[in-house]
Write a protein that binds this ligand. Structure first.
Ligand SMILES: Cc1ncc(COP(=O)(O)O)c(C=O)c1O
Length: 398
């Protein structure tokens, strides 16, 4: 293949932003380096100068996050080490034995596995709402499963397999009972699409910081409405730097969810990443994103032997190959062309039954997922298209 390059000449084209964003804005690396070398103190524990700097960085990042999701109270934003730990805190913190919970087929295992565990071991009744072939869920179908006893509706803002964006505001509007909390997993959209917790009726918003929100790996957050903050129980116990004479966890946010030292180095990077993100012209950034998504759809629509699945809204496309192993295509893209994408099931256990042509329940080899992010260029997308064409020709697909 003509794309072969040596390690010296190899240029890296990173198209796995749905897994984690890379590279980060330079400010992120600088802030982390500065904090680690010059400050390095714990947050929420000491009263000396560097500890106060750490406190201020954490407070600043909470404020930026609250603003980003239109939440009036930064104190209701708790930090976690990724999206998974935030989702676990939300699910185990509000769901009780025997509760009725609604979720959907598009979810990531970081939501499905805790819910499945509660179904198996705590007798919750779990309703899983299906999606269409692009990974979109009908809000009316979610509403149709609501019962007076429903305690939680848990749905992703966008599928990490197809990029389909869900109408979370419509779902929020259909929930009538004050006993039902709406949990939104914004892993694929925080930093890419506007999110308004209040207008969408979201009670709990969980997200990693390390994807579109420009934080480093090791960051995540859970933002709670006052209603959710009043209902949630801590699921991790330990030191919080407050009321240390007491054996119970603090009852107020964010301390009740933040046992143990925070990763302030990562939070310093995230704070700088959010500052960069919000300093960008949002409408120009959204236009860029649409252009990238449209070019990605265009170049992947014409690959012989492959079917492209996308929700159209984000620069994320999944390709299903009938005659060739997707892992092999991913490896060829990497080794021959320096293009990094992901193959497989993408930690989403259920969606593949709905997007693939095979009969339900047929084991799927998954998809080749191509995902752009901040900084992805049209030239990179074109080079991906050319590489895929070349691979399809070489392997005589189609
Ligand atoms: C939709 C979705 N939810 C949750 C997660 C989990 O995030 P993390 O890997 O930060 O735990 C991911 C990560 O890929 C995701 O795509």
């Amino acid at each position: 293949m003509t794309g072969t390059s040596t390690s010296e000449t190899r240029q890296r084209i990173y198209l796995d932003h749905a897994a984690t964003g890379w590279p980060k804005p330079p400010e992120v690396y600088e802030a982390m380096d500065r904090f680690a070398r010059q400050v390095g103190a714990s947050a929420g524990r000491g009263a000396y100068r560097s500890a106060s700097i750490a406190d201020e960085i954490v407070a600043s990042c909470r404020r930026r996050l609250a603003r980003l999701v239109n939440h009036s109270s930064p104190q209701n934003v708790a930090f976690f080490s990724n999206g998974t730990t935030a989702l676990n805190a939300a699910v185990f913190g509000v769901v009780g034995d025997g509760d009725h919970v609604i979720t959907t087929a598009i979810e990531h295992n970081s939501l499905l596995r805790p819910l499945h565990w509660l179904e198996k071991h705590r007798g919750i009744e779990l309703d899983v709402v299906p999606c269409d072939e692009s990974g979109r869920v009908d809000p009316a179908a979610v509403a149709g499963r609501l019962r007076p006893t429903t305690r939680l509706v848990a749905i992703s803002h966008a599928s990490n397999v197809t990029g389909a964006v869900q109408d979370v505001a419509a779902i929020g509007g259909l929930i009538r009972s004050g006993e039902t909390l709406l949990l939104c997993d914004a892993a694929q959209t925080l930093g890419y699409l506007p999110i308004d917790m209040q207008a969408s009726g979201i009670d709990m918003l969980a997200a990693p910081g390390h994807k579109g929100a420009c934080g480093p790996l090791g960051t995540g957050m859970l933002a709670l409405s006052d209603k959710a903050a009043a209902r949630i129980r801590p699921t991790l116990f330990g030191g919080t730097g407050s009321i240390s004479q007491q054996l119970d966890m603090p009852t107020g946010m964010p301390g009740m969810l933040e046992a143990g030292n925070l990763n302030v180095t990562a939070i310093a990077g995230w704070d700088a990443g959010l500052a960069w993100l919000t300093s960008q012209d949002q409408s120009a950034a959204r236009d860029d994103q649409r252009r990238t998504a449209s070019r990605l759809r265009q170049v992947t629509a014409a690959i012989a032997g492959a079917r492209a699945i996308t929700g159209d809204d984000l620069p994320l496309v999944s390709l299903i190959f009938d005659a060739v192993d997707v892992g092999m295509v991913a490896t060829l893209l990497d080794t021959e062309f320096g293009i990094e994408v992901r193959s497989g099931l993408h930690c989403a256990a259920l969606i593949h039954d709905f997007i693939a042509a095979e009969p339900r329940g047929t084991p799927s080899q998954g998809t080749l997922r191509i995902s752009g992010g901040h900084g992805t260029t049209l030239d990179e997308i074109d080079r991906l298209g050319e590489a895929l064409q070349e691979i399809a020709t070489e392997l005589q697909l189609g």
